[in-house]
Write a protein that binds this ligand. Sequence first.
Ligand SMILES: *[C@@H]1O[C@H](CO)[C@@H](O)[C@H](O)[C@H]1NC(C)=O
Ligand SMILES: *[C@@H]1O[C@H](CO)[C@@H](O)[C@H](O)[C@H]1NC(C)=O
Ligand SMILES: *[C@@H]1O[C@H](CO)[C@@H](O)[C@H](O)[C@H]1NC(C)=O
Ligand SMILES: *[C@@H]1O[C@H](CO)[C@@H](O)[C@H](O)[C@H]1NC(C)=O
Length: 276
Amino acid sequence: MLPGRVLLLFVLISCAYGHNIRKHEEKQPNVGIIGGHKISIESVPYIASLRLNGTFHWCGGSIIHERFILTAAHCIVPNREFKVLVGTDKVDEGGKLYDVEKIIIHEQYSNVTEDYDICILKLNESLTFGPKVAKVALTGNIVKLKKGLQLNATGWGYTQPEGKISEDLQQTSVPVVPWLSCQLSYGIQRRITRRMMCAGGKGRDSCSGDSGGPLTWNDVQVGITSFGAGCGVVPGVYTKISVMQQWIKDTVENNHKEKKIKKDKKNKKRLLKIAH
Ligand SMILES: *[C@@H]1O[C@H](CO)[C@@H](O)[C@H](O)[C@H]1NC(C)=O
Ligand SMILES: *[C@@H]1O[C@H](CO)[C@@H](O)[C@H](O)[C@H]1NC(C)=O
Ligand SMILES: *[C@@H]1O[C@H](CO)[C@@H](O)[C@H](O)[C@H]1NC(C)=O
Ligand SMILES: *[C@@H]1O[C@H](CO)[C@@H](O)[C@H](O)[C@H]1NC(C)=O
């Protein structure tokens, strides 16, 4: 019989490939959730669709503020135009489209390790909230991510590994997978960092086109869909909201204020002019 160590090493090597990012290939204008079911926009009014070249579904996102969308850093292709669609569960029908005024990728994001896979988009105008458009709560330390806790992954991504974008918004429930077991299924070449968490696996997973979308517990967002190895095979990896909370808060505050300060300055100047 093989000693345990050799077996483990074999497992590590055999699993250390096949990392795929959960946006779909640019040449393949199609987008899924494996093992999921249809879900209405009223059940997840905080979901958003990031449109590449301003047109077709590329990644998911979530509404965290009337002016800001949370998504994954790896969804951003340089020198492309992005728009955001909200208020619909149909990928190519209904809802309202917004321009992206500013893209803020985490300073420490690495496209090699996929660490800090987080990005905030500033919209060109404020969203109007209603039954189909609302912001999601972010976890803080509310949710204890214990092994086996069921979370919801939502998106328009592939519903099969070799699939295409789903017309209807899909959702599946995925259990939290502990760090060690997740790290073992990815192997030594793909480090699962403190900024990452894992959920799902066999038969229930996020897939291409789901990237950037929310992983939630009772409508509190705990993760951002990041990457996997295949779909529905090993646990999916998500950017962990709890460790990013401060960055999110600061980024929204700084970029919201920016304009306000400018406006205040303008108003001050105007007032000074009037006074003279
Ligand atoms: C998006 O636009 C760029 C530049 O115009 C183009 O090169 C690229 O192929 C477009 N992507 C798709 C999928 O149409
Ligand atoms: C924001 O972008 C949308 C979509 O392109 C556009 O219809 C709308 O007029 C823009 N709003 C402002 C204030 O520019
Ligand atoms: C990764 O980022 C570097 C610069 O930070 C860039 O030159 C390279 O093209 C990127 N690779 C991919 C696959 O996007
Ligand atoms: C997952 O979503 C379903 C349907 O929206 C909901 O009934 C369930 O409570 C959600 N579960 C969690 C853990 O959020």
